[in-house]
Design a protein around this ligand. Structure first.
Ligand code: NAP
Length: 352
C-alpha cells in the first residue's frame, strides 16, 4: 500500500515531538513536512525537539527543515499540535486549502460541524466532517483535551450499560500536560497547583459532546452533569482522575469491572494500526493505577482503572489514568487520522 504524506504542525513542542516519533515506520503514513513558529523556521527539526524521552529523533525526521505557519504545505493530512490561539485562525485556513487537519488544539472542538472523536467511543461522529468537506474541500477533526480522553472512555461503556446520570471528577494532572510554557518541575516540587485555567469547563462540555448522538432533529449532546475539579501535580506524564458516579441503573462493583475489562470499542473492524488491544484495563490491588507504573500500558494508549468500589454518596467510585501525551494527545490524533483514512475522508478531501 502506498503511504500517504502527512505533516506535523507544532512539531517542536511536547505533543508535536511525540507525533513525529510515532510516525517513524508508520504503515499508512509518511512524514513529509514539519512546521512550527517563525522562530524555528529553516532549522533542522532534530535540533529543536521538546520531548527528551526516547533520545534523538529518527533519521529523516531529524534533518527535516522546519516550516513556518506562512509556508505552503502539500500533505493531504496535517496533524496539528499548535497552541489554540494559533490554531483558531490557521486550522480553518488549511482546511479551506483542502487539507484534512487532525487537531489536538481546543479552538474548534466544540464547533457544531467539527467531530470530537475517540475512535473506540464515537467513530460515527466522523460524519460531521462531511459537511465541512462539501463546503470547503477540507475538514478539521479533533481529539479531546488530554484529561477528558481517559474519563470519556471509561464513562462510555458504563453509560451504555447502566445509564450514567452524573459524575464528580477530581484530577491530578501531569506537568507535561501544560506544554513547554507550563509550570516548571520546581513550581511543583513539594506542591500542588489547585487550578488549571479553562480545564474544568472543558471536561463537562467535551464529555457531553463525545457521548452525544445524531438524531432526526440534529446532533444532541449527552445530558449528564459533570462536576470537575482539576489540579496540577509534580508528575512528569500521566493524568490521574478520581471519579464518583451516579447511575439510573446502578451496577455492582463486579458488573462495572466486567463491562470495563471487556470493552473493545467500535473500530475493531477498521484495523487501525494504533488501536491498542485493550483500550481499558482494570488493575487489581489498592495501590493502582500509578502514573509511573501504568501510563505506558498498551504503548501509552491503554487507559487504566483501579480501586472500583461503592461510593457512600453516589453509586461507584474509582481511579482512572491515561498518558496525556500519547492517549491524550499525539496517539489520539494519530488514531483519529487512521480512522479518517480508513473511513474514506482522506480520499474525499481536495488534497486527497
Ligand atoms: P508546546 O510544547 O508549547 O508546543 C507548541 C508548538 O507550537 C511548538 O512547536 C511551537 O513552535 C508551535 N508554535 C508556537 N507559536 C506558533 C506560531 N505562531 N505559529 C506556528 N507554530 C507555533 O505545546 P504542546 O503541549 O505540545 O501542545 C500543543 C497543542 O496540543 C496545544 O493546543 C495543547 O492545548 C494541545 N494538547 C496538549 C496536550 C499535552 O499533554 N501537552 C494534550 C492534549 C492537547 P516553536 O518551537 O517554534 O515555538
Amino acid at each position: 500500500m502506498e503511504r500517504i504524506d502527512v505533516g506535523v504542525l507544532g512539531a517542536t513542542g511536547m505533543v508535536g515531538t511525540r507525533l513525529v516519533r510515532l510516525l517513524e515506520d508508520h504503515p499508512w503514513f509518511r512524514l513529509r513536512e514539519v512546521g512550527a513558529s517563525g522562530r524555528s523556521r529553516g532549522q533542522p527539526l532534530g535540533r529543536l525537539v521538546a520531548d527528551d524521552e526516547g533520545g534523538p529523533l529518527w533519521n529523516g525526521a531529524a534533518d527535516m527543515p522546519v516550516k513556518s505557519a506562512d509556508d505552503q504545505y502539500s500533505s493531504p493530512i496535517l496533524l496539528s499540535a499548535l497552541p489554540s490561539d494559533i490554531a483558531r485562525e490557521l486550522e480553518p485556513r488549511l482546511a479551506k486549502a483542502g487539507h484534512l487537519v487532525v487537531s489536538n488544539a481546543s479552538s474548534h472542538r466544540m464547533d457544531p460541524d467539527v467531530p470530537l472523536i475517540i475512535p473506540e467511543v464515537n467513530p460515527d461522529h466522523i460524519a460531521l466532517a462531511h459537511s465541512q468537506i462539501e463546503r470547503t474541500g477540507g475538514a478539521i477533526v479533533t481529539n479531546p483535551n488530554c484529561v477528558v480522553v481517559g474519563i470519556a472512555m471509561v464513562f462510555h461503556p458504563l453509560h451504555e450499560a447502566f445509564d450514567l446520570e452524573h459524575a464528580v471528577v477530581t484530577t491530578f494532572q501531569a506537568i507535561s500536560g501544560a506544554g513547554r510554557s507550563g509550570p516548571s518541575a520546581g513550581d511543583l516540587f513539594d506542591n500542588v497547583l489547585p487550578f488549571i485555567d479553562g480545564e474544568e469547563d472543558k471536561l463537562g462540555n467535551e464529555v457531553r459532546k463525545i457521548l452525544g448522538q445524531s438524531t432526526k432533529t440534529g446532533f444532541e449532546n449527552a445530558a449528564m452533569r459533570v462536576s470537575a475539579t482539576c489540579a496540577r501535580v509534580g508528575v512528569a506524564h500521566g493524568h490521574l482522575a478520581s471519579i464518583s458516579l451516579k447511575f439510573r441503573h446502578p451496577p455492582q462493583v463486579d458488573e462495572a469491572r466486567d463491562v470495563l475489562n471487556s470493552f473493545r470499542g467500535g473500530v475493531l473492524q477498521d484495523g487501525l494500526p494504533g488501536s491498542p488491544v485493550h483500550p481499558i484495563e482494570v488493575l487489581e490491588g489498592n495501590n493502582r493505577p500509578q502514573p509511573r507504573l501504568d501510563r505506558d500500558r498498551g504503548d501509552g494508549m491503554t487507559v487504566t482503572v483501579g480501586r472500583i468500589r461503592p461510593c457512600e454518596v453516589h453509586h461507584l467510585k474509582m481511579f482512572v489514568l491515561s498518558h496525556n501525551l500519547v492517549r491524550g494527545a499525539a496517539g489520539a490524533a494519530l488514531l483519529n487520522a487512521e480512522l479518517c483514512h480508513a473511513r474514506g475522508l482522506t480520499a474525499r478531501s481536495a488534497k486527497g
